[in-house]
Design a protein around this ligand. Structure first.
Ligand code: PGA
Length: 251
């Protein structure tokens, strides 16, 4: 299972470094004890510092976003080339907060995906419906629109690397709400089928589905029973090492 700790902008630089100082050895032991892969995704400015702690270990470091162009006039953005240079092996793109707050659309996210594939950084592509779409029964149509541009990129790429699609309903992110068991199982089945049946022959890479959105030490016992999920994206629950540990041990 892949466990992605998305720290968002919840820790300052000093707090991120202090977290690593206190928990480095415990985290390494935790990974040795389980067969899970853990990816820490701190703020951009902390990627190098966090990577220093974990560079010769089984713990990976991932970015929370990247620029849609390699280099150039792109104020405030971070190049995939820089991410690669500093040893960042994963990158989240299309997070619900970026889609909503920074109005990132699926075409922009597809351009980021192209660059991640080109520079060999494993993409964690977030998709998820709004509360409105869920309420009016159009979750699948909503997800399909987010998936289409991604699939177009994957179809023409012959890069072979694990691709992660994180299903994170927008209404579940940070809200304490998660989908009903049957609803979630249904959506995960649909995403898996959609990716495999329609596009499997054309896509060289292995596709893995993750779930994210209000995962806790309590609901993980239910969530881990969902079939077809290859890991979890944790926001709030990844900030405190003890909570993260409990969840990792339960997965
Ligand atoms: P949450 O965040 O676990 O705090 O809901 C998950 C995410 O947004 O990746």
């Amino acid at each position: 299972m892949l466990i992605v700790a998305n720290w968002k902008m919840q820790k300052t630089h000093n707090e991120s470094i202090a977290w690593c100082q206190s928990n480095k050895n415990k985290l390494i032991e935790l990974v040795q004890e389980t067969s899970h892969t853990i990816v820490l995704c701190p703020s951009f400015i902390d990627l190098t510092g966090v990577n220093e702690f974990f560079k010769d270990t089984a713990i990976s470091v991932g970015a929370q976003n990247c620029a849609p162009v390699e280099l150039g006039a792109c104020t405030g953005n971070i190049s995939v080339l820089s991410l690669q240079e500093i040893g960042c092996s994963y990158c989240i793109i299309g997070h619900g907060e970026c889609r909503l707050d920074f109005t990132e659309d699926s075409d922009l996210i597809a351009r980021k995906l192209e660059l991640l594939l080109k520079y060999n950084i494993k993409p964690i592509i977030c998709i998820g419906e709004t509360e409105n779409a869920r309420n009016n029964g159009s979750t699948k149509e909503f997800l399909e629109k987010q998936l289409e541009p991604i699939i177009k990129v994957l179809e023409v790429s012959n890069v072979r690397m694990p691709i992660y699609i994180a299903y994170e309903p927008i209404w579940a992110i940070g809200s304490g709400k998660i989908p009903e068991f049957a609803e979630l199982q249904n959506t995960i089945n649909w995403i898996n089928q959609y990716m495999q049946e329609r596009y499997a022959q054309k896509i060289a890479s292995e596709i893995n589905i993750l779930y994210g959105g209000s995962v806790t030490e309590e609901n993980i016992k239910t969530l881990r029973e969902i079939k077809g999920i290859k890991g979890f994206l944790l926001g709030k629950a990844s900030l405190d090492f003890q909570i993260l540990k409990k969840i990792v041990l339960l997965i």
